[in-house]
Ligand binder design. Structure first.
Ligand code: SF4
Length: 375
C-alpha cells in the first residue's frame, strides 16, 4: 500500500492509510534494544519496570522471552524489592519514574535504558529552565496522565512544577494568575499534580510550559497561548512576555502522525479506524482528531472487529471500551486507517485482512504480482 499511494482498492471496499502511522523511531529503538537485551543476557533474570510500549503483542512477546514486569497489567507480582545486583532491568521507551530510577541505581543492577531521546529532551529543557530562571518560577507540564519525571525540576531550589491535563484546568490556572483566588481550593484542585511546597501565590508569576511529547498539538499550543496571555494581562505586555517560556516539546513523530491524520480526513472516508493501545496517549489523540471528520473506532487489536455488526472499541473521550452494533456502513465503503506509535505494521495488516474477509473477499491481490494475501 505504501507504494500505491497508501491505498488498497477492493470490490466495494477501499482502504486509505495515513501517510505516517504506527511505530515511531523511539518505540522502534526501544523494542530492538529490549529484544537484544534478552539475547545478550540469556542466563540472567530480566525485568522491566512497566510496559515497554503500549502494545499487547510486544509486551506478551517480551514476557515469553522471560522478561518479568514489575508493574502494570503484565506484572508477575515481583517488585523493586525483589531486584538484586545480578539482575538486568529494562527501562521502557517512555522513561522510568525518578524514585524507581534512584532505587534501581542504588541496587547496582544492570540498567538498560530504552527511553526515547525525545522524552529525554523534555526533561533536559525543563531542567535547564529550572536551573536558569530567577526564582520563584514554575514549569507547567501538559499531560494526559501523570508524567514520569516532572519532579526533576525540584532538584533546583525554588523551582516547582504544576501539571495541567487540558484547557479546562489551564483556565483555572489563568484565572488565578489574573485575579488570585482561594489558595486552598486551588491546591485541592491540583492535589497530586504539583511539586511539594508549590504555592500558587508565589510560583505562578513566572512560567515555562513543557508538553508531554505525545499531546495533541493544537491543544498544547492553545494552552501555551492561554498561559502567556494570563501573564500579559497580569503584568503587562513586555513584563508578561518576559515571564513566559514555551518549550514546544511535542516530538516530530507525534506531529507527523497528527498532520497525516488531517490529510487522511481530506479523503472523506466513510469511517476511520484508529489502531493502538487504549492507554496510549498519542493513539487517543489521533482518535480525537479523526472523530471530528468521520465516525471513528479506536480499537486495540484486529480481533476487536468482531463482525460487520459488532465492534469492541474505546469511544473518543470515554474511559472504558464498549461494544457497538451496526457500525459498518452499507454499500461501497471507504475506510481510513491510522495507528498509534506503539502499533506494529503487522497489526494494521491483520486489521485490513480481517475486514476484507468480513466483506466476503477471499484473497487480497498483491499489486504488480500474481500473488495474493489470503483473507
Ligand atoms: S511518540 Fe515520540 S516521544 Fe514517544 S517514543 Fe515515539 S518518538 Fe519518542
Amino acid at each position: 500500500m505504501r507504494e500505491h499511494d497508501y491505498r488498497l482498492v477492493l470490490p466495494h471496499l477501499t482502504f486509505v492509510l495515513a501517510k505516517e502511522f504506527g511505530f515511531c523511531y523511539g518505540v522502534d529503538g526501544a523494542v530492538q534494544i529490549a529484544y537484544e537485551t534478552c539475547r545478550r543476557f540469556p542466563d540472567k533474570r530480566k525485568f522491566i519496570t512497566t510496559e515497554i510500549i503500549h502494545n499487547p503483542r510486544v509486551n506478551l512477546k517480551l514476557r515469553e522471552m522471560g522478561v518479568e514486569f514489575l508493574s502494570g497489567q503484565y506484572s508477575t507480582g515481583k517488585t523493586l524489592a525483589d531486584i538484586s545486583a545480578e539482575d538486568v532491568v529494562i527501562l521502557p521507551a517512555f522513561g522510568a519514574r525518578l524514585p524507581e530510577l534512584e532505587a534501581l541505581t542504588e541496587k547496582g543492577c544492570i540498567l538498560v535504558d530504552t527511553t526515547c531521546a525525545s522524552v529525554m529532551n523534555v526533561w533536559k529543557r525543563v531542567e535547564q529552565y529550572a536551573r536558569e530562571k530567577p526564582r520563584p518560577s514554575s514549569t507547567a507540564s501538559t499531560s494526559t496522565r501523570r508524567p514520569r519525571r516532572p519532579a526533576r525540576v525540584v532538584a533546583y531550589p525554588g523551582a516547582h512544577h504544576l501539571v495541567v491535563l487540558d484547557k479546562a484546568q489551564t483556565q483555572i490556572v489563568c484565572d488565578y494568575i489574573r485575579n488570585g483566588g482561594d489558595r486552598r481550593d486551588f491546591l485541592a484542585t491540583f492535589r497530586h499534580a504539583h511539586s511539594p511546597g508549590f504555592d500558587p501565590d508565589l510560583h505562578l508569576s513566572r512560567l515555562g510550559v513543557a508538553n508531554q511529547t505525545t499531546m495533541l498539538s493544537s491543544e498544547s499550543q492553545a494552552i501555551a497561548v492561554m498561559l502567556q496571555q494570563a501573564l500579559v494581562d497580569r503584568y503587562g505586555p513586555a513584563e508578561g512576555a518576559a515571564r513566559f517560556r514555551n518549550f514546544d516539546t511535542i516530538c516530530s513523530a507525534t506531529q507527523e502522525r497528527q498532520d497525516a491524520m488531517l490529510r487522511l480526513a481530506e479523503e472523506k472516508p466513510d469511517l476511520i479506524l484508529v489502531l493502538g493501545g487504549y492507554n496510549s496517549s498519542n493513539t487517543n489523540h489521533l482518535a480525537e482528531m479523526a472523530h471530528q471528520h468521520a465516525p471513528t473506532f479506536h480499537i486495540c487489536e484486529p480481533a476487536c472487529i468482531r463482525s460487520r455488526d459488532e465492534i469492541h472499541h474505546k469511544p473518543v473521550g470515554g474511559k472504558e471500551a464498549v461494544v457497538s452494533r451496526d457500525w459498518f456502513p452499507q454499500g461501497p465503503v471507504k475506510i481510513g486507517l491510522t495507528a498509534g506509535a506503539s502499533t506494529p505494521d503487522r497489526v494494521v495488516e491483520d486489521a485490513i485482512v480481517r475486514l476484507a474477509r468480513l466483506c466476503g473477499i477471499e484473497a487480497i491481490p498483491l499489486p504488480d504480482s500474481d500473488a495474493s494475501i489470503s483473507a
